[in-house]
Design a protein around this ligand. Structure first.
Ligand SMILES: *Cc1c(COP(=O)(O)O)cnc(C)c1O
Length: 382
């Protein structure tokens, strides 16, 4: 595809690599010549650094954010007959793992400005079968963890934070992933801390849970060739671990850039009628993995995505790439027909899926590029 020099991509991971190329390639070459490709000091050092960054005692690295969530559920012994409360407005992996362990996802609608689980609706979804809550810090905006932990504690539920889009975010000065019982992270290349391939990690302050996680990620085995559980093979490669060690040192700078970009977007986009910009809660520090606005117009604000799709096309015609997170909420996914949810049942999520547009957002995005996005939106909404 030929892109004009004036085009604005939705994200640009090549630019981030270019800035670190020398540092990253020499670390990777060192791993290659060491012959230690699985486990070893590279992975252990990364686990220690990631735990320290979060102020937790334990970090267990694994192969992806999806595996992190899966392993967390296994370590908590959640399975057949259990219910897990979560959001319908997330990437499919969040609930795929609940189903994969044999449990049932129970969906609670979202809050319209943060796109996160509406914490006030959790209590009425709790049943005797409920075992855990999975809040997702979607787009890098932290969930109100104070309110959520209070509900979880009063009902004796485990909390697994899905931090895949929120590495570095915090709630009341505590890093997300260190507040619930378990935090799950993804190092997919476009996440705030992204590797050069798949990767994930789990944080916890509970050493018994950490020990179980280590057993499940290694074929259910603590002592080689002695298997206590049916586990999986889910390890972080040494090559990814050294790359992530380097990138972790830049994470706060990149997140600061994202915050500045979000502030600038908000200043300008909140002036445009028909655009609803995202807003983080007081008490949270968001890290803006995505900057997702909603577009609506009085006459075209029905239960379809036509107007949003039209706006996206207008932007694309001007060389501005946008993303669609997410076009269909999880409770209405074909695979979840058997759960019995009906259209209209979780109206805020459904409306969001018709109205959202994720704008270009990455640490290297220039003000000139941002202005282009803002002017283009002004143009087509006025
Ligand atoms: C990316 C993502 C995941 C899955 O992470 P992978 O590393 O791609 O497996 C889970 N939950 C959310 C909210 C995500 O954005």
């Amino acid at each position: 595809m030929i892109q004009s020099v004036n085009s604005v991509p939705a994200f640009d991971i090549k630019q981030q690599y270019a800035a670190l190329a020398a540092e990253v390639s020499s670390a990777v070459l060192e791993v290659l010549s060491s012959g230690r490709y699985i486990g070893g000091p590279a992975v252990e050092d990364f686990e220690q650094q990631f735990a320290a960054y979060h102020g937790v005692s334990e970090c267990v690295a694994c192969n992806s954010g999806t595996d992190a969530l899966y392993l967390a559920l296994r370590a908590l012994d959640i399975g057949t007959g259990d219910e897990v409360i979560t959001t319908p407005f997330s990437f499919f992996a969040t609930t795929e793992v609940i189903s994969a362990v044999g449990a049932t996802p129970v969906f609670v609608d979202i809050d319209a400005t943060t796109f996160n689980l509406d914490v006030t609706q959790i209590a009425s979804a709790i049943t005797p079968k409920t075992k855990a809550i999975i809040p997702v810090h979607l787009f890098g905006l932290p969930v109100d963890m104070t309110a959520l932990m209070a509900i979880a504690q009063s009902h004796n539920l485990a909390v697994i934070e899905d931090c895949a889009q929120a590495t570095g975010a915090s709630w009341e000065n505590q890093k997300v992933g260190s507040i619930g019982h378990i935090g799950c992270f993804s190092f997919y290349p476009t996440k705030n801390l992204g590797g050069c391939g798949d990767g994930g990690a789990i944080t916890t302050n509970d050493s018994a849970i950490a020990a179980k996680l280590r057993i499940f990620r290694e074929h259910g085995s603590k002592i080689r060739y002695i298997h206590e559980e049916i586990g999986v093979n889910s390890r972080l490669d040494a090559i990814q671990a050294v790359i992530l060690q380097i990138k972790l040192r830049y994470l706060d700078i990149w997140n600061k850039n994202r915050q500045q970009i979000a502030t600038y977007y908000y200043q300008h986009l909140s002036q445009i009628p028909g655009i609803i910009p995202p807003q983080e809660l007081l008490g949270g520090e968001a890290v803006w993995n995505q900057y997702t606005i909603r577009v609506s117009s009085e006459e075209r604000n029905g239960a379809t995505s036509k107007y949003r799709d039209w706006v996206r096309t207008q932007l694309q015609d001007q060389g501005i790439s946008t993303m669609l997170y997410y076009p269909l909420p999880l409770h209405l996914q074909p695979v979840y027909k058997t759960l019995g949810y009906q259209p209209g049942q979780l109206p805020i999520s459904e409306q969001a899926s018709h109205q959202v547009i994720s704008l270009p957002m990455f640490p290297e995005l220039t003000q000139e590029q941002q202005d282009k996005v803002i002017y283009a939106l002004k143009d087509c909404l006025s």
